[in-house]
Design a protein around this ligand. Structure first.
Ligand SMILES: [Cu+2]
Length: 272
């Protein structure tokens, strides 16, 4: 562009140049401010709409989400910066055309190569994170068989022979899924009727529950608490009531829960 300006032959300092420098400096400062804020705090703004996560896998999802937005924002700033710079400082003045840059091979190659580099970087991080999020360890600490059915959930702990089933049509208390914090928990998802989807918003993750096609995923919870799980696949009339309660507790509380469930099951079995 220096060559282009020289070709215009004015030889005088152009007022537009200092304005362009100031605009570029302001853009860089704003970008750094946003990037700095996103690294320093942890609120809805910096999570870009995501809820706070309660799993290690969710932390990876959040980092990928933020990184993708930062990359998109950087591209946006660059493209709009170049467009505005061209519109403001290289607009047509009088009858003279601004410098033309058609058939410029270095620029054409750059236009082609840069998007490929962007896609390659996004692909690399997506594939790396997906491999981690989809990894199911050979020996999870806890296994939960999740059965989706119209319109509730059944949670079965095969290691402990404990099962809890929700009431149909969303009546009565919600079915409870209790898991320990800090331990690997594998979910085996199956359906007995139509396609459902298992979703806890704080996992930052959902997975389809498909009849005849078991799905699996593993999480390690990082926070205790009580959360609401949903079916996120429209599955019929009472889909909206297909909720469950997720309780993340300490390993000791989890063992106490399993013992209580076992005792309840055996007493109800003996009274039948
Ligand atoms: Cu459903």
């Amino acid at each position: 562009m220096t060559t282009d300006n020289a070709e215009q032959g004015s030889g005088k300092p152009r007022p537009g140049r200092s304005r362009a420098t100031r605009a570029a400096g302001l853009t860089v400062a704003l970008t750094l401010l946003v990037l700095g804020l996103s690294g320093c705090t942890n609120n809805t703004f910096t999570r870009i709409g995501f809820p706070p996560t309660i799993t290690r896998q969710g932390e990876t999802v959040l980092t990928l989400w933020q990184g993708s937005w930062i990359a998109a924002f950087a591209v946006c700033v660059l493209i709009w910066g170049l467009v505005l710079w061209a519109v403001v400082f290289h607009r047509k003045r009088g009858d003279k055309l601004p410098p033309q840059a058609r058939y410029n091979m270095p620029i054409e190659i750059t236009y082609t190569a840069v998007p490929f580099v962007l896609i390659a970087v996004l692909f690399y991080f997506t594939a790396k994170d997906e491999n981690y999020i989809d990894h199911n360890p050979a020996r999870p600490a806890v296994e939960v068989n999740v059965l989706g059915l119209q319109w509730s959930w059944q949670f079965n702990y095969p290691q402990y022979r404990v099962t809890s089933t929700g009431n149909m049509y969303g009546e009565g208390p919600l079915p409870v899924l209790e898991i320990p914090k800090g331990e690997t928990v594998e979910f085996n998802l199956t359906s007995e009727d139509v396609i459902h989807a298992f979703w806890v918003p704080q996992f930052l993750f959902k997975r389809d529950v498909i009849p005849g096609h078991p799905n699996h995923f593993t999480i390690t919870a990082t926070h205790t608490g009580t959360f609401t799980g949903h079916c996120s696949e429209l599955c019929g009339l009472y889909h909206a009531k297909m909720l469950f309660t997720l309780k993340v507790v300490t390993p000791q509380q989890f063992q106490a829960y399993i013992s209580a469930q076992k005792a309840a099951q055996s007493s109800s079995g003996s009274t039948q």
